[in-house]
Design a protein around this ligand. Structure first.
Ligand code: NAD
Length: 287
């Protein structure tokens, strides 16, 4: 029976520490502030954005929301981002995805200055992560690395299999795990014999978006299982990409859904906003 990695508690502890840091910054006259841009009307995005605003409120981070009409042009969106780049009161800029398909999200991300890129999605942040320079690490991979740290899981020499190659989870995770000396395999929808990879893995990280996709027969005894997936069933209940009830009997560590990776993602966003505020007010910053 696996040890359950309690992302909820770790996120709470992280937010408490960030609140202290935020209070200290305010004593120095620095008021961390996040700007969130949402385009169009997406119910899932609204929930995510609400959770982020609540976390900001709890920590004392100022928060500003820009709700843009579905039919906004790319130029208008990019102009808003450029204005926020220049706005000295704003430390972090977050563009909530998805955005309408007629807008090129990569162009929009590119417009965000890397100094305010608290989601770690701009090409500069991703490049810096790849060459091992200090940068904003995208929040979900960063949260997963913090969970490994907390539970003293050393990735050195471990075979890590990531399922999913998205820009926001799978790809940055490759760099995060590599920098901790893991041997990394990335699987995706075109991978042949997926089970052959996962059965050899010391660590499986599932970021697919398919409920209970990773089953007990796909993992080896004692494997460490990280479940990124968030899938809402017809009954409204959330499930992960891992068949938690059965896989937990075989794994050594496992993250639950909800209460695992999700809360850590938001905590790491808050961490990045505080980091941004510090860097932008540090005269010696080489960031
Ligand atoms: P995505 O849709 O961009 O990518 C899904 C990936 O899964 C793709 O790379 C695809 O190749 C792979 N895939 C699809 N079918 C597969 C199959 N049959 N076999 C192997 N690989 C397959 O997804 P994403 O944005 O990375 O999100 C993945 C999941 O994680 C979603 O459920 C999402 O809601 C969740 N998510 C959670 C958090 C969090 O904070 N917990 C953050 C981001 C995403």
């Amino acid at each position: 029976m696996a040890i359950i990695i309690d992302g909820k508690s770790l996120a709470k502890k992280t937010r408490e520490n960030l609140k202290k840091e935020c209070d200290e910054l305010k004593l120095k006259g620095i008021k961390p502030k996040l700007a969130v841009i949402m385009v169009g009307d997406n119910s899932a995005s609204k929930v995510y954005v609400r959770n982020k605003s609540r976390a900001c409120e709890e920590i004392g981070i100022e928060y500003e929301e820009y709700l843009l009409e579905e039919n906004i042009t790319e130029e208008e969106l990019i102009n808003l981002i450029k204005n926020l780049n220049e706005n000295k009161n704003i430390n972090g800029i977050l563009l909530q995805s998805p955005i309408p398909q007629n807008l090129d999200i990569n162009q929009a991300f590119k417009a965000i200055t890397y100094k305010k890129d608290v989601d770690g999605f701009t090409p500069t942040s991703i490049g810096k992560l790849t060459i091992g320079e200090d940068t904003f690490v995208s929040c979900t991979p960063y949260g997963i690395m913090k969970m490994f740290e907390e539970y003293k899981i050393d990735l050195t020499g471990k075979n890590v299999v990531i399922i999913g190659r998205s820009n926001i989870v799978g790809k940055p995770l490759i760099q995060c795990c590599l920098s901790e000396n893991a041997t990394v395999t990335v699987c995706h929808s075109r991978t042949k014999d997926l089970s052959e990879h996962t059965k050899r893995a010391d660590v499986v990280i599932a970021a697919i978006g398919k409920s209970k996709f990773v089953t007990e027969d796909m993992v080896k005894e004692g494997a460490i299982i990280i479940d990124v997936g968030i899938n809402r069933g017809e009954d409204g209940k959330l499930t992960g990409d891992v068949d938690f009830e059965n896989v937990k009997e075989k794994a050594s560590f496992i993250t639950p859904v909800p209460g695992g990776v999700g809360p850590m993602t938001i905590a790491m966003l808050m961490n990045n906003v505080i980091k941004a505020a510090k860097e932008q007010n540090n005269q010696d910053s080489k960031f």
